[in-house]
Design a protein around this ligand. Structure first.
Ligand code: PGA
Length: 249
């Protein structure tokens, strides 16, 4: 059995005070929710306040990005050991907004995932096609390329701790969700990619999350897909009641 992961990606929203208030509110709404791992990924600057506010709860804190080196003259960057020291357990890697606005490539995704694993963080590695790629029938090619470049170079031992998020770019922040069947097909394809690289045991154990306009009213039908093991939630993770409703799908 794969334990679901419901992760919130706040993107560039909320300050430290707002993060603390949110986590206190969310904690009271999910005290009984032991069926899933619950993760909130605020902006870097909010991490200490979020870790503090989530301390006695079943909510874990993640970051939205990291740099692959441990320290050095890299103005503006944050390393995996720094995130661990601040109390993070998770980190999102290769989100489509990082790829498209900040030039991240499959190669940087690979280095970041490996650095996260080395420090003991669980990376949530994001993959997904753009609208023009889906319309051109290239979804599977894109997913295969992103897996090959971003994940397949890991060792099986490293891969065992990776969580994957399938996020079709055209569904992010647009209100346009993939149908459960579309998501299910992509998840199945990704699991078969993993199977051919890492074998049955790793393929059957790997959690693959769906992301892209997940809301309280569509999460249940998405989660009914056999290869879908949780959600990476943007907009609907900014409100404690709506995020709790998704956690408690
Ligand atoms: P969304 O974002 O839920 O607002 O579509 C998802 C994501 O970018 O992770």
């Amino acid at each position: 059995m794969r334990r679901p992961v419901i992760a919130g990606n706040w993107k560039m929203y909320k300050n430290p005070g707002e993060a603390a208030g949110f986590l206190h509110d969310l904690a009271t709404l999910v005290t009984e929710s032991t069926h899933a791992e619950i993760v909130v990924c605020p902006p870097f600057i909010d991490v200490p306040a979020a870790v503090d506010a989530a301390r006695d709860s079943n909510i874990e804190i993640g970051a939205q990005d990291l740099f692959w080196l441990k320290e050095g003259a890299y103005t503006g960057e944050v390393s995996a050991p720094m995130l661990v020291a601040a109390g993070c357990r998770w980190v999102i890697v290769g989100h489509s907004e990082r790829r498209h606005y900040f030039g991240e490539t499959d190669e940087s995704v690979f280095k970041k995932a490996a650095a996260a694993l080395e420090a003991g963080l669980t990376p949530i590695v994001c993959v997904g096609e753009r609208l023009e790629e889906r319309e051109a029938g290239l979804t599977e090619n894109v997913l295969a390329t992103q897996c090959a470049g971003g994940i397949c170079g890991l060792t099986p031992e490293q891969f065992a701790r990776v969580v994957i998020a399938y996020e079709p770019v055209w569904a992010i922040g647009t209100g346009r969700t993939a149908t459960p069947e579309m998501a299910g097909q992509a998840h199945h394809f990704l699991r078969e990619q993993i199977r051919s690289r890492f074998g049955n045991e790793h393929a059957d154990a790997c959690r693959i999350l769906y992301g892209g306009s997940v809301k309280p009213d569509n999460v249940k039908s998405l989660m009914a897909q056999p290869d879908l093991d949780g959600a990476l939630v943007g907009g609907a993770s900014l409100d404690p009641a709506s995020f709790a409703a998704i956690v408690n799908f």
